[in-house]
Structure formats: C-alpha cells, structure tokens
Write a protein that binds this ligand. Structure first.
Ligand code: HXC
Length: 510
C-alpha cells in the first residue's frame, strides 16, 4: 500500500516538474512565471483541483514516443477566485514550447465543456509555440475543437484570455473569440503571421513587439483589452475583473459589501460642465464620483479614448458604464469608439449587467476616411447593441446630445428605462452655429442678425426641457444628487423583464 501511495506522489512530482529544471530556469530568466506558478497566483490558495495531470500525447512520429511529459504541456482544472468557481487552463512553455497536441487540446476542451455545463467562467493562460509540429493535422483538429467550444461558450460563461508568451498563427483565434484579452508588456505577442513572413510577403520590417505586442494590441488594433507590466499584475487584475462578473448568463452579477453612502452628495459636480460649450472636461471624474468607493475597472483604456467603457459598482452591484469623453475628439462617435462601445454593451447584455450611459456627444465624426472605412455600418453596431439590449438601461445627458448620436446613445427611443439630464444638457439636431448657418444662409453676411439667430436657437434648444416636455427625458436632475438618483433608478429596475421577439439569432451589421 505504501508503495502505491509513494508512486502516486512520485508521478505527481514528475508532472509538476513540467519540462524540467533547465527549461523552468529559462522561463524565470525571461522574467515570467511558469504555467503552474501562474495558476497558483490566479486561484485562491489551496483551491486548485487539477485534471488530467497524467495525460500524455499519443504521437509516434519523429520518435515522439520516446519523449513524453505527463500533462502534455497544459495544466487544467478548476479552483476559486475569492470563493467563486472558475475553470482554468495554463499552457506550459517548458513542455514542447507549450505547443498544442491532440491530447493537449482534449484537456482544454474538457474544462471548456465542464465550465459550460456547470456555469462558471473559463480563464485561459496562453504561452505556446502553436500547433505541435510533429502531430500535423491532428493538432489542427485539436485547435478547431477548442475554437468550436469557444463559440458555444460565448454568451454562456465569461471567457478570459491572458496572453503571457507567444500566440501566433491560427492559435490567435481562440483568444480572439473570448470576451476579454489581457497581455503582458514585452513578453507576449499575438499575430497571424510573424515578422519573417511579413518581411517576405510585403517587405515590411517590423519586430515581434511592434507587430503584435501588448502596446500594439491595446492602442492600435484593439485586439486586447488591457496591457500589464508583468505576469503577477496581469493575474491580479484578472482576479479583480472576475469579482465584477456573474459566473454565467443565468446568474445575476455578484453583490459585494460596499462602504459608500448611496445618498452621497457631490457638490463639485454642479460645476463639472464648463460655462463655455466647447471647453472639454474629464468625464472620468463623473464616473469616479458616481462609483462605490471610486472604483472603476476600465476596459480598453488606451483605444478609442473618445469613449470610456468599464465596470463600476453601485450599492455593491456591478454596472457597465459607457461614457463619451469630451477630452478626446470632443467626445464624437467614430468607427473605433462605436465598435468598442458596441462590443461592451453586448457583453453586458449577454451577462445581465445593467448599463449606465453618460452622454456628451456632438455627433458622428465627419470625414472622408470615416465614410470610406464604413462609419455607417460601424456606427450601426452601437445603435443595434443598445436597441437589442434588454438589461436595465439608465442614461444621463450632461451636455451635448446632438443628432443621430443622441438617438444612438441609449436614448428613450431605444427602450431606455430612465433617461436623465443635467440642467446643462443641450438636446438638438445639431449645435447652434451649424443649425443657423443652414437655416439662415441668406443672412450670413450680416453678423448682427446671425448673432440674434444664434441666441434664439440657443434659448430654444440649448437646454433639456424641449426633450423633457415630450417625455424623452424623464427628469432633469441636480448634478450633485446624481449618485443617489442613479442608484435609486437601478434599484428600482432589479426585477425588470423585457425580451425580444423569437429569432434563430440576430444579424448585427458586422
Ligand atoms: C513542437 C515546439 C513548437 C511547436 C516550439 N517548440 N514550438 N515543438 N511544436 N510548434 C519547442 C522547441 O522545439 C523547443 O524545444 C521548445 O519548444 C522551445 O522553443 P524555442 O524555439 O527554443 O524557444 P524560443 O526561442 O523562445 O522561440 C519560441 C517560438 C519558436 C518563437 C515559439 O519556438 C517558434 O517559432 N516555434 C514554432 C512556431 C510555429 O511556427 N508554430 C506553428 C504555428 S501555425 P526544446 O526541446 O529545445 O526545449 C499554428 C497553426 C494553428 O499554430 C492553426 C489553428 C487552426
């Protein structure tokens, strides 16, 4: 009996050694953690239950039968994050470069399927040289199985990818189909074809970091949602994100203890909007002043900065925030910001997270490049996302809400539940100057008359009351009371029921 117990321990120790001390040291020398250490940091201490620790590959090509490592280059299992269950896989670069074999894929698929069945998020830590070259098409088939499960899990359980090393070729498409991608600066990269192929095909010379590093994907391509300094920071931020999310699409988001007064007055908000209409102000200040304990988990902070997206808590409950940012492009909607916000709104709606929209938008960004690149289709994504969303939707217009952008940004007309405005709101087809130049073209040579027309227009439209008279704005609220009013609004919507007509699935403009 003792021998059997010892054998189990010996086998476990062998699996824990991964690809061996030398390769583990090489991993540490790069400044990164090993696959196993990453799981230990991510998961609550002592909560990890590993699956398939002894599973090894079945390949007999290229003498592979002589080189087997228990676990086959990926650690899989489940554990808890602050007591809530998550499923995890972590690719082990010390074993065949973390490359994906048939059995490695089977291990990932097993935990994906368990996560879907049991309703818990999947966190995938990627550090892999891609398809296991020795296995050929069996490895490609393994990828396809993982992709298929990513698709089935989408909208059912949250899926988070953390890129902590190479992720190249078709391998990128598994993270690409998950809800959030986190990267580590200077040690992770993602691309469909690497720098050498790019050089051969297009003659462009580029480093791996420039082509697919964390900075590129968080600021240029928007493939990734956040970039962190090191493995440790990235994993701690995943833990923080999980605390905001429900475990699956049938559950409500978690309720956390909160230590903030829901009736807290913020007198400084009374003067947040400057007297001059074209002067910017920082919308993030409003978000921080509304949120419990000023805690804002921003998503895609470095991309399309003219719109802010992220999670806060009100009364301890998760709320998704979408907010125009007047500091960048005057808060205009353009292709990038519409795509960014649409995806965020759809995530919230899929996972029953109520949405707060803070509006100061002068319209869609004009320009040939925007039109040629399809602002019509991309702008429609945001319109569509808001219109189809059935979660509680509360909005607040702080200043401008002009034209199509007024309608798109969670207006009453798109089934907004509570639509509030500050007294500084201006709701109109367009700004005063644009309107007067169209309506009174013949008077443009007479500055005095034009000044009168401008002032008439502003008196009539530069306020929230025309919209309020029509019931499109439910109430005009004092800025200082915003937190209280918005908390109360979401509290009253906790039992909201709304559904869309039956359909096989929708056809969002892609
Ligand atoms: C098998 C692999 C491997 C792979 C790396 N290794 N990639 N083994 N299949 N795909 C092994 C190496 O042989 C080596 O083994 C160990 O992992 C570490 O690799 P190194 O090259 O020494 O490490 P490094 O210098 O850090 O370079 C990492 C790398 C490089 C950039 C990832 O290994 C590389 O270019 N690998 C091939 C990448 C690739 O072309 N993959 C296929 C992509 S196409 P030892 O025994 O020496 O430790 C693809 C299609 C997916 O993935 C399609 C889905 C539909």
């Amino acid at each position: 009996m003792q021998d059997i117990l010892e054998e189990l321990e010996a086998r476990r120790n062998q699996a824990r050694r991964g690809g061996g001390r030398k390769r583990i040291d090489a991993q540490h020398a790069k400044g990164t953690l090993t696959a196993r250490e990453r799981v230990e940091v991510l998961i609550d201490e002592g909560s990890f239950e590993e699956f398939d620790m002894f599973k090894s590959h079945r390949c007999t090509e290229f003498g592979m039968e002589k080189t087997k490592y228990p676990g086959d280059g990926v650690i899989t299992g489940w554990g808890t994050i602050n007591g809530r269950i998550v499923y995890v896989f972590s690719q082990d670069f010390t074993v065949f470069g973390g490359s994906l074999s048939e059995t490695h894929a089977e291990k990932i698929c097993k935990i994906q399927e368990m996560a879907i069945r049991n309703g818990a998020p999947i966190i995938g830590i990627n550090d892999s040289g891609g398809a296991r070259i020795q296995e050929g098409v069996a490895s490609l088939a393994g990828y396809a199985d993982v992709f298929q499960n990513n698709i089935l899990a989408s909208g059912v359980v949250p899926q988070i990818s953390v890129i902590m090393g190479p992720c190249a070729g078709g391998a990128v498409y598994s993270p690409a189909m998950t809800d959030f991608i986190f990267m580590v600066k200077d040690s992770s990269y993602m691309f469909v074809t690497g720098p050498d192929v790019v050089k051969t095909v297009t003659n462009e010379v580029v480093t791996a970091e420039e082509l697919g590093g964390a900075k590129t994907h968080t600021s240029k391509s928007s493939v990734a949602d956040a970039a962190f300094e090191n493995d440790m920071e990235a994993l701690m931020e995943v833990r923080r994100l999980i605390d905001f999310l429900p475990l699956n699409n049938r559950e409500k988001p978690p309720v956390r203890p909160f230590f903030d007064d829901i009736t807290r007055e913020e007198r400084s908000l009374d003067s947040l909007v400057p007297d001059t209409p074209n002067k910017p102000y920082d919308m993030k200040e409003l978000i921080l002043k509304l949120a419990d304990e000023a805690d804002f988990y921003e998503i895609q902070e470095n991309f399309a900065k003219n719109i802010l997206t992220g999670f806060i808590r009100l009364e301890g409950r998760t709320v998704g925030v979408v907010a125009n940012q007047p500091m960048v492009l005057a808060g205009c909607l353009d292709i990038d910001s519409a795509r960014k916000a649409a995806r965020f709104v759809r995530f919230c709606d899929a996972f029953a997270i109520p949405i707060l929209t803070l509006i100061d938008v002068p319209g869609f960004l004009p320009g040939v490049s925007q039109e040629y690149a399809g602002i019509i289709k991309h702008g429609a994504k945001l319109l569509y996302a808001y219109g189809e969303a059935t979660v509680p939707k509360v909005s607040l217009i702080t200043r401008k809400a002009y034209g199509g952008a007024y309608v798109v940004m969670a207006s009453k007309h798109l089934r907004g539940d509570y639509n509030y405005a500050w007294p500084t709101a201006e709701i109109a087809v367009m700004g005063a100057r644009g309107a007067v130049e169209i309506l009174y073209r013949s008077e443009l040579g007479d500055p005095e008359r034009i000044a009168g027309r401008l002032s008439d227009y502003e008196d009539r439209f530069a306020n929230p009351f025309v919209a309020a008279e029509k019931g499109f704005i439910d109430d005009v609220i004092m800025p200082r009371n915003t937190r209280k009013r918005i908390c109360r609004a979401f509290a009253s919507l906790r039992s909201k029921r709304l559904s869309n007509p039956w359909k096989r699935h929708d056809n969002i403009p892609l």
